[in-house]
Design a protein around this ligand. Structure first.
Ligand code: SF4
Length: 371
């Protein structure tokens, strides 16, 4: 049995969980190819005009899935105890049914971690029944999925690249088949710590030393994982930025740091992605070694319309250079490159001039931040 998994939207956050889950059930998961022009065009034809770019891409990826028995479109209601996903996540799969090729069955399940692990298991057991799997198989698969997801998040939290962290999942599958003699967790942790000692530890322990003599700018790219890592839709922004600066990402900030930086709000943020973006954004604003922040958003994103403004106010308070890049299906590469170069030039000049802000500029900032 082959299940089609679109390489869009929740792929960038939750694919490791589902890969581990289905792997344990002995089901092959087939992903769509990386986004290209045809996928984007097909998505635009099938998705609603009013929806956001990531959902349009998801519609295109659904149509790009070939030779599969089912298309998997989970409804992810909540991924942790006290938040929900955005309303457009909640509308899946119904909002995307027009994109499903005629006659192709859709496999779905509701995942709501607010209701606890027991309820999640119950819902997954319902999915297992459709796939002819027993409750005990599903329980083991759930634990396997959680283990793979943890590996992925730990890798990202340790500063690994997205591609490298996803590759870790392939290694997890290999470990699983070879695990008769070797305890999987130990080998994985050993490998990860070895890697951390050469890369991630440099990022933390050696920062003060690097900062004193650094010549590269350090820029934080803030935004949803499915925008920052979607290189076709974001016109290779991440790669372009990495050519000119050291880049920090929201996804590399671990949950503990996100939690400690959720301050300055009158009430808790409702959406899980927004919480992560705001917490990580706050951290980057306060971090003196971050020279500037680029907020990557997309046209039609309701949650970003609020969170982007919150992060921008924090950045203004701290006089941190800040730029918003809004993507849609018409975004052009030339315009992006021009804006990026202008922003980086400005940040560089500012670093040379010690962040000087005129009295008039300070007055403007003070007034614009009055809530
Ligand atoms: S959070 Fe924004 S970009 Fe993401 S699915 Fe919702 S509306 Fe779209």
């Amino acid at each position: 049995m082959r299940i089609g998994f679109p390489r869009a939207l929740y792929y960038f956050d939750h694919f490791p969980f589902w890969a581990g889950f289905f792997h344990r059930l002995g089901i092959e998961v087939v992903t769509s190819p990386a986004t290209h022009r045809q996928i984007m065009e097909q998505g635009l034809k099938k998705a609603s005009d009013e929806t956001c770019l990531p959902l349009k891409l998801l519609a295109g990826h659904i149509q790009a899935l070939k030779d599969v028995d089912w298309i998997f479109l989970p409804r992810i209601v909540s991924v942790e105890a006290d938040t929900y996903t955005c309303p457009k996540f909640l509308g899946i799969p119904e909002s995307l049914l027009p994109a499903v090729p005629p006659g192709m069955p859709v496999l779905t399940v509701t995942l709501n971690w607010r209701k606890g692990k027991r309820q999640v298991l119950k819902d997954l057991e319902g999915l297992g029944v459709q796939l002819g799997k027993s409750s005990s198989d599903v329980r083991k698969a759930l634990n396997e999925g959680l283990e793979w997801q943890k590996r992925y998040q730990d890798s990202m939290g340790a500063g690994w690249d997205f591609e490298e962290s996803i590759r870790e999942i392939g290694r997890a599958a290999k470990d699983l088949t070879e695990s008769a003699k070797v305890p999987t967790l130990v080998t994985w942790k050993e490998r990860m710590f070895a890697k951390m000692s050469s890369t991630a530890l440099k990022r933390t322990a050696e920062f003060p030393i690097v900062d004193q003599n650094r010549d590269r700018l350090r820029i934080a790219l803030v935004g949803h994982s499915y925008l920052t890592h979607e290189s076709y839709a974001n016109l290779n922004l991440l790669r372009k930025l990495r050519e000119k600066a050291k880049v920090e990402l929201v996804q590399n900030v671990n949950q503990e740091e996100v939690k400690t930086n959720l301050f300055g709000l009158r009430k808790k943020l409702f959406w899980s992605h927004s919480k992560q973006i705001f917490g990580a954004g706050n951290k980057f604003v306060a971090d003196q070694s971050v020279d500037g922040i680029i907020y990557l958003t997309c046209f039609g994103c309701g949650t970003d319309s609020m969170v982007q403004e919150l992060v921008s106010r924090k950045a203004r308070e701290q006089h941190k250079p800040y730029m918003v890049v809004t993507l849609d299906e018409h975004s052009g590469e030339a315009g992006l490159v021009t804006r990026l170069e202008a922003f980086l030039d400005m940040v560089e000049r500012r670093r040379v001039h010690e962040g000087y802000v005129s009295t008039y500029g300070e007055c403007l900032d003070r007034n614009s931040n009055a809530l």
